[in-house]
Design a protein around this ligand. Structure first.
Ligand code: GLP
Length: 248
């Protein structure tokens, strides 16, 4: 079977970060008004660090860039320390010349979450769609908060976190009991509409999900497997995350 997803295997998480940052910067250099899709979690942190460094070194402006983040916890306002809005400001936006109003995350504290999800989709459309969407992957194969079972055609919506996702987030909330049970997340269809997708995975904990996504069947049970049908998708992995691939 020939693989449509381009796979790159690098030594470690720092190298994955450098590769991702270089790709993102290339998109912005080619198109100063680029629309970027972004992700949170521990995986993209080295990429954001390197992106800030490169942008400064090469004097690349993000003043015309628009960004859309995958997700936000339901019930958390953008000022909550564990909100993804705070994460993005801290790791990326504060260090670039992008105006904050050009950076969008679903509002976890919206009074009408369904309307907020519809508005988020409309905002992506109004921006002309996403040029490059950076993704992580859950150890259960989720993308954004599209957990196992999420259908191919789902769009931005309120979704429930899988038990393993709650467990993985427990450290950020002083234990599993404090983790929000739901989130607003861009849907699978929303993500697949991006013109290019770049998924990063590091660490052995991601190896089974990465192998399933690349070498298993396309199945709702492993939402990252939907990416096999995308015309321009790359996975950038460290050796540990690639360790369960049959054909690396
Ligand atoms: C979270 C996020 C995902 C992220 C994933 C992996 O649940 N919603 O977008 O990709 O977990 O996180 P990490 O990179 O910390 O392993």
């Amino acid at each position: 079977m020939s693989r449509k997803i381009h796979v790159e295997i690098l030594d470690d998480a720092e190298a994955v970060g450098r590769k991702a940052a270089a790709r993102i910067l290339a998109v912005v250099e080619r198109k100063p008004e680029a629309v970027l899709g972004l992700a949170t979690g521990s995986t993209p942190i080295p990429a954001y660090r390197e992106l800030v460094k490169l942008a400064h070194e090469r004097k690349v402006s993000f003043a015309g860039v628009k960004t859309f983040n995958l997700d936000e916890y339901l019930g958390l306002s953008g000022s909550h320390p564990q909100s993804y809005r705070q994460y993005m400001n801290r790791y990326l936006f504060e260090h670039l010349d992008i105006p904050l109003w050009q950076t969008a995350l679903p509002d976890g504290a919206a009074s009408d979450p369904e309307a907020e999800c519809a508005a988020f989709e409309a905002r992506i459309r109004a921006a002309g769609g996403v040029d490059l969407w950076l993704l992580g992957i859950g150890s259960n194969g989720h993308i954004g908060f599209n957990e196992p079972g999420a259908p191919r055609d789902c769009r931005t919506r309120v979704a429930s976190l899988a038990p393993s996702t709650i467990e993985a987030s427990a450290k950020d909330f002083g234990g599993a009991a404090g983790v929000p049970r739901q989130a607003l997340t861009a849907g699978v269809a929303t993500i697949l509409e991006a013109r290019e997708i770049l998924l990063l995975a590091t660490g052995a904990g991601k190896a089974p999900a990465v192998a399933g996504a690349l070498e298993g069947p396309i199945t709702p049970q492993l939402p990252a497997s939907y990416l096999q049908a995308h015309p321009s998708c790359a996975f950038v992995l460290d050796r540990a995350a690639a360790s369960k691939l049959v054909k690396p």
